[in-house]
Ligand binder design. Structure first.
Ligand SMILES: C[S@@+](CC[C@H](N)C(=O)[O-])C[C@H]1O[C@@H](n2cnc3c(N)ncnc32)[C@H](O)[C@@H]1O
Length: 277
């Protein structure tokens, strides 16, 4: 079904309000291709009617289905590699030096904010496992959150298809951290136990989370408008522990945000640290 000019602003405003994702009129094709199936299923006459139905709450899952359909969940294991290299070569040695002196401080908290189907938090977990000597002497918790219910369900199961594991995992990592099942691969329980997942909208208050030693928020805010994006990174900066590390996507920069973060480089790998408040 075609989205008509008169309703496009209504639809894009609604999507922006519930997810932060900013679509403009040029994205009519995206709205049509991703929402037309829901329109048909919900027997709505047009896109405006669909949004109104979701808003008035007749079907509590409708809003989630719209968000799921409209957001981009593209991800892969060890995406862009660089942040995981910085984690392995810079951040983890720093934590070992700082935290292992005192048995009460051997605690690492990491947040993958906008984790999609879980490849990012599991990549973080594998990196920690391989780089931390005696991993079970550490108290480790990696939190993966995403607005998409379907993505969080898949991430929680830790099940991936052959195609998904082929994107970013080498044979050694696959053999070490996954078990083969009839329909693909499952993350081994020991690795799974390091990660918890939760559906969460980054537009909501983040006050219940943290403090984190590192936050990965990559390829999420690129779909937001400027105000939502800068507000998100400000709120994330508050959830980072002093001296914490923030990684953003390879095409993202916080240069325009001013004073909240100091950009730092490790072998040309960019990461950010919050300025002390
Ligand atoms: C392109 S994926 C990025 C996944 C992973 N961080 C990576 O870089 O591979 C973007 C994810 O952000 C999620 N997302 C978009 N808006 C969100 C919001 N308001 N709150 C939480 N997650 C959101 C989407 O559901 C999607 O799974």
């Amino acid at each position: 079904m075609q989205v008509i000019t008169q309703e496009i602003n209504f639809v894009t405003d609604y999507i922006h309000k519930i997810s932060g994702v900013k679509l403009d009129e040029s994205k009519a094709y995206l709205i049509e291709s991703r929402l037309s199936e829901i329109i048909r299923r919900e027997k709505c006459g047009n896109y405006r009617e669909l949004c109104l139905k979701a808003q008035t709450g007749g079907n509590p899952y409708l809003r989630e289905q719209i968000v799921d359909a409209i957001t981009t969940h593209e991800t892969l294991f060890f995406r862009d590699n660089a942040p995981f290299e910085a984690l392995r070569k810079l951040v983890i040695p720093h934590w070992i030096a700082e935290k292992s002196k005192n048995p009460n401080s051997r605690r690492i908290r990491i947040w993958s904010a906008g984790c999609s189907t879980g490849q990012e938090p599991y990549s973080i977990a594998m990196t920690l496992w391989n780089a931390l000597p005696n991993i079970f002497s550490w108290d480790i918790s990696i939190l993966g959150t995403d607005i998409s219910d379907a993505s969080i369900k898949q991430a929680s199961l830790g099940r991936f298809t052959e195609h998904e594991v082929q994107r970013g995992l080498n044979a050694d990592l696959l053999a070490k951290f996954f078990v083969q099942e009839s329909a693909g691969w499952r993350v081994k329980d020991e690795l799974r136990s390091l990660v918890t997942f939760r559906r969460y909208n980054l537009l909501d208050s983040l006050m219940e989370f943290g403090p984190f030693d590192a936050i990965f928020c990559r390829n999420v805010a690129i779909y937001f408008d400027e105000k939502t994006r800068s507000n998100l990174f400000y709120r994330l900066s508050v959830r980072l522990a002093n001296g914490g590390f923030l990684f953003v996507g390879s095409a993202e920069s916080l240069a325009d945000l001013g004073r909240e973060f100091t950009p730092r480089y490790y072998n040309q790998i960019l990461y950010y640290q919050p300025n002390l408040k």
